[in-house]
Design a protein around this ligand. Structure first.
Ligand code: FAD
Length: 419
């Protein structure tokens, strides 16, 4: 176990206490926001953050974007926890059990920590394929994964990326821009085809090909063998691809098992009320792991930064208020947005981007910018802002309006300016 007061700070001997006013399980984006919020709202309470990764809270978007495409970008600029929180950060520390009655956590080394108030910010973890264990096969999520990928994906090396969704698409683009020979194996036929309408998905896929990526649709990885200094991946047609590294990006699952074992209500994520409180007394949840009531979209779980940051802030505030005697609890009544960068494309989006829904597309003539509305019987469930910026609030207004007034193409085309 490593103990430090800030990420990157030198570890100091394990002399820390075992009882805290606030304990945060998970040392990710929601945890860092919550720690800041706790300290803003309670100057005195003791805070511990227990995270199983070897590193402290890090801004994960950098791992598939800036660090690969911006030469001035440094790993050091992505750490999220500053010393002002006074939080005790314990990295390499997995919480294996929660006793919500006794308010005690058991750690992987069998030691215990007690809390007065607990935040579960355990995030999500990559879905695994049944592949052999190999340090050349990365389920890409952590700073450690980034370090390893950097070491293996040298210019001129070969990478197989499995999965054409959010992470797979970003990593394939990032590697191709670093002179890595990339083969992208996808179950679908187009890059992010489950999210984008067909024409847009085909245009994006063609860009990948134009930028040197070998795109193979209709195939996941069907067999992977590890050969010490390389890996061989067989695709669905039985064709083999030799690679220095395989990056798998086939979605994530919520880290809700410890909560479930503790008897806390879980339903594909930890269920929280409008104040982010779980079914257990004095236990809150925030970030990727939390299933909450979205004011526009109903019960859902969101796997994006904007949500993790905001939830962490509100949860921290509510936890601090409950300790400092302020009765009022703030609701989390928010529909978050997310974004991605793929080569020269960039987008922001709100809500559900599901290509199987009815879509209304509003693009410029040259198709460099556009808005896609995703409709379910006149209700706008999601909006994709393709190279269109500063329009997230407008997109939410359209979604809000459509809750009471079904909308169609005539109402939507031209609604958001394509600047
Ligand atoms: C490469 C990459 C790029 C991304 N890019 C974007 C982007 O551009 N935009 C966007 O909106 N989102 C992006 N995301 C998603 C975003 O990073 C997540 O939504 C966000 O990190 C969620 O924050 P969190 O705090 O809920 O979870 P996490 O940041 O995942 O942190 C949870 C932490 O809890 C730890 N943990 C789990 N269980 C235990 C336990 N039992 N004991 C101790 N610790 C535990 C985990 O190891 C992890 O460190 C990206 C994700 C990745 C991986």
């Amino acid at each position: 176990m490593q103990i430090a007061t800030a990420p990157g700070a030198e570890a100091r001997p394990d002399t820390a206490g075992t009882a805290f006013d606030y304990v945060i399980v998970g040392a990710g984006i929601a945890a860092a926001s919550a720690a800041r919020s706790l300290r803003r709202n309670d100057p005195d309470g003791t805070i511990a953050i227990l995270g199983r990764e070897p590193d402290g809270p890090f801004y994960r978007p950098d791992l598939s974007k800036t660090l690969w495409v911006d030469e001035s970008a440094q790993l050091d600029s992505g750490w999220l926890l500053d010393e002002n929180t006074g939080a005790e950060l314990r990295t390499g520390t997995t919480v294996t059990a929660i006793d919500a009655e006794a308010k005690t956590l058991t750690l992987s080394d069998t030691s215990t920590v007690t809390y007065s108030r607990l935040l579960l910010a355990t995030g999500s973890e990559p879905r695994n394929l049944e592949l052999p264990m190999s340090d050349r096969i990365l389920y890409y999520r952590t700073v450690e994964d980034y370090r390893r990928l950097r070491a293996l994906a040298r210019p001129g090396s070969r990478a197989v990326v499995v999965g054409g969704g959010y992470i797979g698409a970003e990593i394939a683009a990032a590697l191709a821009q670093n002179s890595v020979d990339v083969t992208l194996l996808m179950r679908g036929t187009t890059v992010q085809g489950h999210m984008f309408p067909p024409r847009l998905a085909e245009e994006v896929t063609q860009t990948y090909r134009d930028r040197g990526v070998t795109v193979i649709g209709g195939s996941g990885a069907y067999g992977v063998s590890d050969h010490t200094d390389h890996v061989i991946v067989a695709d669905a047609d039985g064709e083999t691809h030799t690679a220095d590294v395989v990056v798998v990006g086939v979605g994530v699952i919520p880290n809700d098992q410890v909560a479930q074992q503790a008897g806390i209500t879980v339903d594909d994520g930890i269920v929280v009320d409008e104040h982010l409180a779980t079914s257990a007394a004095d236990v809150w949840a925030a970030g990727d792991v939390a299933r909450y009531d979205d004011p526009l979209l109903g019960r859902r779980r969101v796997e994006h930064v904007n949500n993790a940051k905001r939830m962490g802030t509100i949860a921290g505030r509510n936890m601090a208020r409950s300790r400092t005697g302020t009765k009022e609890q703030d609701p989390y009544a928010y529909t978050p947005f997310f974004w991605s960068d793929l080569f020269d494309y960039g987008y922001e989006a709100v809500g559900v981007l599901d290509a199987s829904l009815e879509t209304v597309e509003d693009f410029t003539d040259d198709r460099t910018a556009g808005v896609v509305y995703y409709l379910d019987e006149g209700a706008v469930r999601g909006v994709l802002l393709w190279n269109v910026w500063d329009s997230v609030e407008k997109a939410k207004q359209v979604m809000e309006q459509s809750k009471t007034e079904p909308l169609g193409a005539d109402d939507l085309i031209g609604r958001i300016a394509l600047e």
